[in-house]
Design a protein around this ligand. Structure first.
Ligand code: CU
Length: 493
């Protein structure tokens, strides 16, 4: 009986004791947790030792690696310049730039760096600008602190907290227009241990441009707001212009080397399907972050985003960089070249082993569709010099993809126009080929070609100029072709 009455008392006091113990333990635990979060500052707590000026580079170059250096106060001195540049042969454009290039100067930093950013707006500029760096943790990515009028300078600081490859851009209204005129670039934040060493590093950034005239229309072309809003780009290019990475401007590597490309997309509108023809990316740091994907053919780079792609080059040759939204590459400019030199490796790539002709029944000369709105009435050339200039522009727009920049052609596929015996032997035949296309076997400089050249939809004046350009280039017979000569051949076939 007495036992029974004591039991509930014991139970209650036992439970009470347990509660007290739990409370004490919990308060200790929460105290230490609080202390932990107070002490844990993460990258924000990385101390900076000394200061240094950031090395800034224009594309396609990047500053040297940060290696094992400690976090520093990093001084970035950037000047905004509004300046005229060349979009394509004969086409000029007023670019707005960070540091005088499109994309703007490449900034290379290390996690924990305290960046002291000086933004200067050149007194000759017409507009205010600012900068929003995606690597900044803070309102507007710096934009709210960096608004600066022409002839003024502004300064703000930020600590880089997250490793990765980040876009920066102007964010002054109308934002789209400032970006469309070239105001974007990349800032790399290296992790503490730096990025793994590679042999070659390059800086490439895609952008879309909107001009009053259609693609290729000569002269100084103003920005077209309506086309920009409609996302109807006239030019989609790497590094601010057509041909920034082709011919003599191509990036280079040697067989056996590892190549790292820092690829950004400034937009303003289009997403890039970045691809290198004939290469596979061994590693892609997807969206410029920590996630690494291996063995990638094409990587998607959003507007206002970036990716780091890495690959080893195993065989020599010219590797074409494209936005695989392919009309942009062959018709709007999003085409670059990586030239690799070194010994062939027939185990990896054999080259052509057999050659034959495949002509399905009924195939003949095809015609490219014409959009009459796109046929431009351009200024007429008045001198041989102007004919050459206009002819070259047409060549780079129309013939280049097949016959190549120096008229050298592509073995077994497209005949050369440089020192072409076939071309030099018969002027009227050459005019006919451009006007009407060509199919069937021909022999050029001792080599047989049996393929199809489509009829080229260009005006008689353009045919005259482009042929004059070809005849007066690359060791050809210096004939001058007039519009009248072309018009008289127009209706022969
Ligand atoms: Cu701006």
């Amino acid at each position: 009986m007495s036992m029974k009455s004591k039991k509930p008392i014991l139970l209650v006091s036992g439970l009470g004791l347990l509660m007290v113990i739990l409370l004490v333990v919990f308060s200790f635990y929460s105290d230490s947790k609080e202390a932990e979060t107070k002490n844990y500052l993460g990258p924000a707590g990385i101390p900076v030792s000394r200061e240094m000026r950031a090395e800034l580079t224009a594309p396609p170059n990047v500053p040297g690696p940060t290696g094992r250096r400690k976090a520093k106060k990093l001084i970035v001195d950037m000047e905004v310049l509004e300046q005229e540049g060349v979009m394509s042969d004969g086409v000029k454009y007023i670019y707005w730039t960070f540091g005088g290039s499109v994309p703007g100067s490449f900034i290379r930093s290390k996690i924990g760096d305290e960046v002291e950013f000086h933004l200067k707006n050149h007194p000759d500029n017409k507009l205010p600008h600012n900068i929003d760096l995606h690597a900044v943790t803070g309102p507007g990515g710096g934009a709210t602190s960096s608004f600066v009028a022409p002839g003024h300078e502004t300064q703000f600081s930020f600590k880089v907290l997250n490793p990765g490859l980040y876009v920066y851009h102007c964010a002054t209204a109308p934002v789209g227009m400032h970006i469309a005129n070239g105001m974007y670039g990349l800032i790399l934040v290296e992790p503490e241990e730096g990025l793994p060493e590679v042999d070659k590093e390059y800086y490439i950034m895609q952008g879309d441009f909107y001009t009053k005239g259609e693609n290729g229309e000569r002269g100084l072309q103003p920005f077209d707001m309506k086309k920009a809003v409609d996302e109807d780009a006239d030019y989609v290019v790497f590094n601010g212009k057509v041909g920034s990475l082709t011919g003599d401007n191509a990036i280079t590597a040697n067989v056996g080397e590892t190549v790292r490309l820092y690829v950004g997309n400034g937009g303003p509108n289009l997403v890039s399907s970045f691809h290198v023809i004939g290469e596979i990316f061994d590693r892609v740091r997807v969206e410029g972050g920590d996630f690494i994907n291996n063995n990638v053919q094409t990587t998607l780079i959003p507007a206002g985003g970036a990716a780091i792609v890495e690959f080893k080059v195993d065989v020599p040759g010219t590797f074409i960089l494209v936005d695989h939204s392919i009309f942009r590459a062959f018709n709007k400019g999003a085409l670059g070249m990586l030239k690799v030199q070194g010994d062939e490796n027939k185990k990896i790539y054999s080259g052509k082993q057999e050659e034959g002709v495949y002509q399905p029944e009924g195939s003949g000369i095809q015609e490219m569709p014409v959009d009459n709105d796109l046929v431009q009435v351009n200024k007429t050339a008045t001198s041989l010099k102007e004919k050459m200039e206009f002819g070259k522009a047409t060549y780079m727009r129309t013939c280049f993809a097949c016959h190549q920049a120096e008229g050298q052609g592509i073995p077994n596929a497209f005949p050369p126009l440089a020192k072409s015996d076939y071309l030099n032997a018969d002027l009227e035949r050459a005019i006919d080929i451009v006007l009407h296309g060509k199919t069937g076997e021909i022999t050029v400089n001792g080599k047989k070609y049996n393929s199809v050249m489509t009829k080229q939809d260009i005006t008689d004046e353009e045919v005259a100029n482009v042929l004059t350009y070809i005849y007066n280039s690359w060791g050809n017979s210096k004939k001058e072709v007039t519009q009248a000569m072309v018009t008289s051949r127009r209706n022969v076939h």
